[in-house]
Write a protein that binds this ligand. Sequence first.
Ligand code: SAH
Ligand code: SF4
Length: 365
Amino acid sequence: MATTDIRSLPPAVLTEQLAAWGYPAFRARQIRQWLDQGVTDFGQMSNLPLALRQQLSEQYMVPGVTIRRKLVSAIDGTVKYLFALDDGETVESVLMQYKHGWSQCLSTQVGCKMGCTFCATGIGGFIRNLSAAEMLAQIEAAQQDAGIRVSSIVLMGMGEPLDNYDQVITFLRMLGEEGGVHIGMRHISLSTCGVVPGIYRLMEENIPLTLSISLHAPNDQIRSRTMPVNRRWPVAELLEACRRYADVTGRRISFEYAMIHGVNDSDACANELADRLRGMLCHVNLIPVNAVEGKAHQRSSRQRIQAFMDILQKKGINVTVRRTLGADINASCGQLRRQQDRENTERRHSHESDRTDTHRSGAGE
Ligand code: SAH
Ligand code: SF4
């Protein structure tokens, strides 16, 4: 069976292969146009010679995703997908509607190696990287299913984007191309738990995206407890990389800070955070932490979040509290996949687990 992913192939490599088969370069452009239109079957690429269609199917495949489950929030219309990949692995993705249009949260890996203690994705460990084409396919599948156009992307689904660096960059470059899914880099956010060498590499790429850092703690003592990655690249090193990134790119860094009751939400934490961020071109986004089954952490109270925010503001730090979308469908990533895994085990892989399930949940927060 053909296993080479044609979409993640650099254009020059495809042109070379076609030349070796005796075809001119414009055939590569025709193939790209079909792929951009979402055609995944080489047999349907009707302006290509039959022999070429045959050769392509023997050599290449077009990775796709299919909808395994879908949940729609009755509160705000947020849609959460569980996508199945060609090898049966699953990843989550969320579509959110804002005033300026639809934003999609994409996964970059099946699972994650980083093991953050508050995160559902971290629980099952790492399975594999997604290819650039599998990232793109999540957008195409959602657009087709929901009948909308996605206008902004956040790489905040399952996985650590900077731990799958090359495929993520290939994907971002694909988004920048005209035709197919086209989304400008200014409408893209990439979130990392703090893979410092990746931040320096990204800085050199000259891609005007928004860099989000999952900081979640002001010092090593707290951060190393909840985010093992901090033992490798501690807060000082991470913030130094962020300062450099902001200086070199002129782009504001967004710090994500999940408020966990009794862990990172004290006045002292707020003061320390403000002091360490002073003078940096940045913005802090406070997120009431989501409950994850099997994890003991609790969300900070509304008053605590407000008090924390007041301290940051008084010290001149730009701060907002993230609006919760899709609260009734548990829209933070990693949870639907875990639920599906459990159901699959319970059903002992009966055919029932392969259904596509559209479920409108009416439960509020
Ligand atoms: N691996 C990357 C991107 C995916 S995680 C990263 O860690 O940045 C996307 C965001 O969700 C991160 O900011 C992460 O810290 C946050 N997150 C994970 N579990 C969460 C939870 N239970 N509640 C709130 N935010 C959570
Ligand atoms: Fe991985 Fe991000 Fe979850 Fe940490 S928060 S385990 S880095 S997906």
